[in-house]
Write a protein that binds this ligand. Sequence first.
Ligand SMILES: Nc1ncnc2c1ncn2[C@@H]1O[C@H](COP(=O)(O)OP(=O)(O)O)[C@@H](O)[C@H]1O
Ligand SMILES: [Mg+2]
Length: 548
Amino acid sequence: MTLGTRVTVVTTLLVASVLAGSGIAALKVRRANLEADLDREAHEIATALRAGIEPLDRSTAEETLVQRARAARQHDELFALEVLSVGDEKRTDDDAWRLLMRAADIQDAPVGRVFDSASGARSYAMAVPLFDAAALELPPRHPGRHPIAIMGMRRDAGYIDAEVAASARRIFPLFLVVVIGVAVGVRIAIQQIVVRALRRLLEGIDAVGTGDLSRVILAERDDEIGTIAGRFNAMTGSLREAREEGERAADARLGLEARLRQSEKLATIGQMAAEIAHELGTPLNVIGGRARAMAKRAEKVASSSLAPDAAEVAREVTKNAVIIGDEVARITKIIRQVLDFSRPRGPTVTRVRLAAVVAEALEFLRETIRRQGIAVDLRTSPAPPEVPGDPDQIQQVCLNLFMNAIHAMPHGGRLQVATERVVRRKGGLDLAPPAEYVVLTIADGGPGIPLTDREKIFEPFFTTKDEGQGTGLGLAVSHGIVKDHDGWIEVDSPATGGAVFRVFLPCAVGASGSEDSGEGSSAERSPAPAPAPAAAAALAQPQSIGKD
Ligand SMILES: Nc1ncnc2c1ncn2[C@@H]1O[C@H](COP(=O)(O)OP(=O)(O)O)[C@@H](O)[C@H]1O
Ligand SMILES: [Mg+2]
């Protein structure tokens, strides 16, 4: 039952019972008044009767009374008269009359009341004591004063019932009109004042449930509902502020992270500037030398002008031109890579072939690796699955981890790199089913990481390197990137030495690889997609990248 119906029913029942109670009381009063009127009238008639007959002579009493009773009958008076007793002789056996007679004798005055009869009709009866001259001389209630006769007056009282019933009939329609009016009025009032307001409150609450915090409801009311609405508005206001604050904080954090990543990139570029200059030097020397040689040769041809040499010179010139072309291509490539890496780019999400990105990063650092005498052992499963993500950011993670490994082995060593597919459960999600991840393992032969530092290395600006060598941002940035990709980084420093970093990234849905556990055991499954040129080079010469 709705609130409106409930309140209407309860109020209507209350009003109906109060009205019914007062109606019944009014009818009772009406009946009592009618009976009192009848009693008064009876007394007046009794007084007139006594005045007409008293004093009564004992010898003629009977005759007088019988005549008077007959006269009343003949004149159809309101009260019928009958002789109840004359002298000591009782003329009636009726208990009601006897009762009234005794009472009138004792009271020394007319006594009347309404009687119910067995037939259901009600009648009024009065016993009127009559005295002789001697008795009338005595003061009222004198012990010697006794009536010599008692006259009965009787009248049908059914008209009182009829009057009361008529009154009830007049009241009832009024009662109905009032009760229905109250019910309709209460219903409309509840609807207008309470139900509509509650409905708007509910709409507001539902809106908050669906995340809409923009509503302000019923702010204009100054009753309890207005108070609730005011509190509700204040609550949504606080939620709105908290949400905006959260969004601002998230924006600020994203902006900071982006700037952090960019500054880390720039720091890496700074470190690599020397390498680039060095790398550009050699091809430029070669270009210079060959150009000089070509110039000399051309001079010679010009001075001797011997025809047989002309073909030889042409071959020489062609060869040198090819070499110049190759070296220039190499310079262009290096410059393009540097530019590619340093250019800030918005995030893009594609399916990234991790193995290809790893091979590219290694290719990028090839010269440094070679100079430091580091041997690279690269192991990729034949059909490595793809990961959803930003290839640029994933490459940045690879570069950071490779740079750290290279820094850890200033005097050379072995760098082991592997990508494989595993089924794992993410830490903190103990109840979730295990999912497929691609794990990139980078193990170096450096001094490893002491246990006390292992907590701190992912904090921004934590570095153990000298000024200019490290910024302390590489791992912090890498951790942020990997987290954005729904993955995580594990770090280990085995007793055998060195540091092992494992980067877990979730496999793309419907990823191409289909090994059971990523053990690289699927050589005979579907053929691996063609590796990128750099990756192909790395695969072909796993041990010797650094010595190239
Ligand atoms: N492969 C590693 N071997 C030993 N220590 C490492 C290795 N990788 C990282 N670390 C430690 O973690 C610290 C933080 O690394 P990183 O955040 O990349 O900053 P940076 O390289 O600029 O110092 C390094 O200073 C170093 O102490
Ligand atoms: Mg670093």
